[in-house]
Design a protein around this ligand. Structure first.
Ligand code: TRP
Length: 334
């Protein structure tokens, strides 16, 4: 049995990466690369399950790559590449389409949310998206997958597919069952305008999120405008139950200062939210301004970014081809 630990994760190139992606995913990616072998993929084929303007898609792949590098992913330690340039992803996805069951896909809540009320009009790709995600992971026999809480169901499906493949083709332990790594404290950073919604690339108002590319001025303005609460900061967490925007700002502050939410609340109890906002603006600028500047700098050299992806693709391909050879053999393909 393959006991080597291997991390795989993917990020869709569908627009501005933001503070939620940073705290919920990228920061974790960076710390994992210190301990384990890691593969980080810009999942362009997942992005096109919903129509993408070709020019935007092209730029977004480069921008996501720049964001990976700017937050500290190191192409000498981790494999960084874009999904569509390793054709093994689509080949294995097809094979897994034949292992996965319609009944399993019908239970996926993300498809129901994304397809909306008119499911007949959703792309077939959107429906089988979770099978492609399973292919991403299993192509490398990854053992650990850092994802947000919203991807837990997809990861469970990947485990079911791996298990069925191992059973159907009589090869116990061929695919390891991938474990989710879901960040404990901060699985969700919420919108700055509506604390009941996740901070999202696709929300219309740019004031709802802090983008990694925002400059100090923009960060300052957005935090000033963020919804909070007219009461002062309470003494206990429980009193924030119906104040999601206030809770969100305190949570972000606690996460960026590496201090527990309880500590932050007891430190700030009785103060106005304007006090928190001043401090929060300062810590966000400290942490994200260098990242934003680095992204802008990297984006000026597109051939450098493409070269990073090319080198990552070469490394990924070696692992993918070796595993695919064995997969084809297990199935009886010649
Ligand atoms: N579906 C994931 C998301 O939207 C992205 C993704 C694609 C992914 N393939 C993956 C994440 C493989 C982890 C592992 O967030």
């Amino acid at each position: 049995m393959n006991k080597k630990k291997l991390v795989f994760s993917g990020v869709q190139p569908t627009g501005n990466l933001h503070l939620g992606n940073y705290l919920g995913a990228l920061k974790n990616f960076v710390s994992l690369q210190k301990e384990m072998e890691c593969i980080y993929c810009v999942v362009d084929l997942h992005a096109i399950t919903v129509f993408q303007d070709p020019n935007h898609l092209h730029n977004n792949v480069l921008e996501t790559t720049a964001s990976f590098l700017a937050t500290g992913l190191d192409p000498n330690k981790s494999i960084i590449f874009n999904q569509s340039s390793v054709s093994g992803h689509t080949e294995l996805a097809w094979i897994l389409n034949c292992v996965s069951r319609i009944g399993w896909l019908n239970r996926m809540t993300q498809f129901k949310d994304k397809a909306g009320s008119d499911k007949e009009k959703a792309s077939v790709g959107l429906y089988i998206y979770p099978n492609l995600m399973a292919a991403d992971i299993l192509l490398y026999k990854a053992t650990h997958v850092p994802v947000g809480a919203d991807q837990k169901q997809h990861l469970e499906l990947s485990r079911d597919i791996a298990q069925k493949f191992n059973k159907d083709f009589n090869c116990k332990d061929f695919f390891p069952l991938p474990e989710p790594l879901i960040p404990k404290n901060i699985s969700r950073v919420m919108s700055l305008r509506d604390g009941t919604k996740k901070m999202s690339k696709s929300e219309e108002s740019d004031y709802s999120r802090i983008n990694l590319k925002d400059n100090a001025d923009e960060i300052n303005k957005k935090i000033k405008k963020a919804k909070s609460d007219s009461d002062s900061i309470p003494e206990e967490k429980q009193l924030l139950e119906n104040k999601p925007e206030a809770l969100n700002l305190l949570t972000i502050y606690s996460e960026l200062t590496n201090s527990s939410l309880d500590n932050v609340i007891s430190e700030m109890a009785g103060k106005e939210y304007s006090f928190l906002k001043t401090k929060l603006t300062e810590v966000i600028i400290n942490e994200l301004s260098p990242v934003g500047k680095e992204i802008q700098k990297l984006l000026k050299d597109k051939s450098y970014l493409k070269n990073i992806l090319k080198k990552g693709t070469e490394k990924a391909n070696i692992i993918a081809e070796e595993n695919l050879k064995n997969i084809r053999e297990k199935i009886g393909l010649i």
